[in-house]
Design a protein around this ligand. Structure first.
Ligand code: FES
Length: 508
């Protein structure tokens, strides 16, 4: 299994059996083309298949390549946007509806596991949130009351499953956990067995609208579909949603403990960014999974330090024996706290999107699957208004703004640069990258372990921001909307569609 960075997640290290996918396009049109082979795409594919729709999943890389392979897989009925925030910004009814959707999402996961006999180490667990300061205690009280109002099974508790000091704690009953990539491998097998098609290495570029049909261009040819769903974490192209979702990175480790005191539950502190914990058993071996140190994508270059801080914090509180895996992954924080699920603004009526899941993608993926399936098969959904992407109001002159923004960035066409000068300028250590100023323009420069330099135009091909180096994942990350590129400039994650432009280096 592959992923969009240099680190290896626990899931990546312990999943091998995705179903073989065909490499030929189907000749018949399909009802729904789903772009993205992560948990959102595959869950939606299964739901639509249950309703008798023919579906094709097109994945630009391979199944689980994006955030599904880098999640820590907490299955929660509460969210980063807490019920008190939802209550105050969207109303009490919305908070209750959100909780109903979350409970249904966790039930849908169980149904899928039972119906398709998926072995993914799923277990029900309680989820604990604990306050460690006065201010956090006040916030926790508000969170608790609003969670009760929303219908959550939540209680005040005097113990938590992690060895950290706390002032007050609450516990949400009937949360859960699982092995996410074994789960989606099971979904993928069931989908293919049910007649569905998954195409790996199939990048969707654009489409033409032919009234009821969409003619979709991909790297493997044209696919005709009645509906298109962007389940790509963030849709490609330039859309208002890019300006309403901020990309963040989060850091996680899977560690073994010398005292065997693995937490029996899910736990969360209330710092910003917060730490999160749980235990996962994989093939008879237990791991403490812990995460935190979140920051905006492209805002930290020495990302190894995020792991260092996280590990130091853990070693202060747990008997860490070995850090078996460390990895980071990306999520999108929506401007008003709720995801955008439904019709993609500015597109034909048969084009849909699901994005802005914050750190709650495991739950929101299933809410999205239900919502999108209802919208496609019935033309309506009880969740449609709550998550409507159309709540983002168009901004006058938006496209002009984007174009001007693009025009002010110096373009870097056809230049050749002297390697020796760049080498002196950058003074990079092996394995390091940096954006350097050179003769009036920016150059993204990376030196590999053998001392060879790679130079790229650092202007992101999405909307022309300048990328920054991500040391831990060995990637070039865009701070604006989260596009990421490899050391040789290939797109790892959207919304960019085109690679970074390589710069030729003259060896003197
Ligand atoms: Fe939008 Fe880079 S991702 S400018």
């Amino acid at each position: 299994m592959q992923r969009d960075g240099a680190t290896t997640s626990l899931w990546q290290g312990t999943t091998t059996d995705f179903p073989a996918t065909p490499q030929a396009l189907p000749t018949e049109p399909v009802d729904v083309l789903i772009v993205g082979g992560g948990i959102t795409g595959l869950t939606t594919a299964i739901e639509l298949q249950r309703q008798g729709r023919s579906c094709l999943v097109a994945e630009a890389h391979s199944i689980g390549y994006g955030t599904t392979g880098g999640t820590t897989a907490h299955l929660n009925t509460f969210f980063d946007t807490t019920y008190d925030m939802v209550e105050s910004d969207f109303g009490e009814d919305s908070a209750r509806l959100l909780h109903t959707g979350a409970r249904a999402a966790l039930d849908l996961i169980k149904r899928n596991i039972a119906e398709f006999a998926i072995e993914c180490e799923h277990n029900d667990r309680d989820g604990y949130v604990y306050a460690q300061t006065d201010t956090q205690e006040e916030e926790l009280d508000k969170m608790f009351q609003a969670s009760v109002n929303a219908g959550a099974e939540v209680e005040v508790t005097d113990s938590i499953p992690v060895p950290l000091p706390f002032r007050k704690a609450i516990v949400f009953r009937r949360q859960a956990q699982f092995h996410p990539t074994r789960y989606i491998a099971g979904l993928a097998s069931a989908f293919v067995a049910g007649g569905g098609t998954i195409l790996d290495n199939c990048r969707v570029s654009d489409f033409e609208n032919e009234d009821v049909w969409l003619s979709v261009n991909t790297s493997q040819g044209v696919i005709r579909a009645r509906f298109l769903i962007w389940a790509t974490h963030i849709p490609p192209g330039i859309n208002l949603l890019h300006f309403r979702n901020a990309p963040y990175r989060s850091y996680a480790v899977a560690a073994t403990l010398s005292d065997d005191a693995y937490p029996e539950g899910l736990a969360y502190d209330m710092y910003d960014p917060y730490h999160y914990y749980r235990t996962q058993e994989v093939d008879g071996k237990r791991y403490l999974i812990a995460g935190g140190e979140d920051h905006k994508t492209g805002h930290v270059t020495n990302t190894d330090q995020c792991f260092t801080h996280l590990e130091a914090y853990l070693r202060n509180h747990f008997a860490i024996e070995d850090i078996a895996y460390r990895w980071s992954s990306q999520y999108f924080e929506p401007a008003d706290g709720l995801p955008y699920i439904g019709h993609l603004p500015g597109n034909p009526k048969n084009v849909f999107v699901a994005t802005g899941f914050s750190g709650n993608g495991m739950t929101y993926s299933h809410i999205a699957a239900v919502t999108l399936t209802e919208l496609i098969t019935r033309g309506e959904s009880g969740y449609a208004t709550l998550f409507a992407p159309a709540r983002v109001k168009p901004v006058a002159g938006f496209m002009d703004f984007v174009k001007e923004n693009a025009d002010v960035v110096a373009q870097f066409v056809g230049k050749r640069l002297k390697t020796e000068k760049l080498r002196e300028l950058a003074e990079l250590a092996p394995g390091e990258g940096r954006v350097v100023k050179f003769e009036g323009t920016n150059v993204a420069l990376y030196k590999n372990e053998q001392g060879k330099l790679f130079a790229l135009n650092p202007v992101c091909t999405h909307a022309k921001c300048v990328v920054d180096w991500n040391g831990a994942e060995q990637s070039w990350d865009c701070p604006c909307h989260g596009a990421r590129y490899s050391i040789t400039g290939e797109v790892l994650t959207g919304p960019a569609r085109a690679n970074l432009e390589p710069i030729d280096l003259d060896e003197l």
